[in-house]
Design a protein around this ligand. Sequence first.
Ligand code: ATP
Length: 239
Amino acid sequence: MLLEVEGLCVNYGHIEAIRDISFGVPEGTVTTLIGANGAGKTTTLKTISGLRKVRAGAVRFEGRDITTIAPYDRVKLGISQSPEGRRCFVGMTVRENLQMGAFTRKDRKSQAYRDDIDRVLALFPRLAERIDQVAGTMSGGEQQMLAMGRALMSRPRLLLLDEPSMGLAPKLIAQIFSIVTEINQQGTTVLLVEQNAMQALKRSHDAHILETGSIVRSGRGADLAGDPAVKAAYLGGDL
Ligand code: ATP
């Protein structure tokens, strides 16, 4: 397992956002968390990237306990997040946003760094066209691509993607999902959080269903996507 989460409990004050969650993300996979609004998906990702403290439980990366280490040190270890709502630096250009994604790297003058910029621009040609455009003037879909590209610039071993399809038109959603598959095929392990459950499950190796802070089902993505009970309960029929 690249990432293991064990017995994780996270609170906001008295609210138990997640309760005793355990799961693993095998290296090389796309693993997906699905669930309704408020199920605890974002909290789980934030806890893995170190933005929320745990009340109990552990987060392990490559077998190492990282539960208490700072978020920027987790980025250095190889964990990077594309947050819900994109959170691009809206006053900065596309190029500057990508540079910010590489902030923790010491090799910013190297060929490896230039290769990574090229890789991101090849994945997202739209960003190449807009390299000097200010991020705040771009469309939602373009900002989503930028948030993902920025996260890739730290060269993550594990990419955390929080609702990359949110608010996008169906054609763009399909494009974003196929780019997620491509990123994974290039060797990056992905932990994906999605409300667009059916499309996400179909593209995932493993998946876990969260309900009010607990995991209620786990399985292969394709199996869960085809399970009538899961469809009826979580996928709203033919989502
Ligand atoms: P969504 O898809 O709506 O983002 P989610 O599955 O990602 O939902 P979380 O955002 O992790 O769910 O929220 C889990 C629970 O924690 C919810 O009950 C939510 O109201 C609560 N919560 C989240 N953020 C905060 C906060 N900053 N303060 C208080 N409660 C919070």
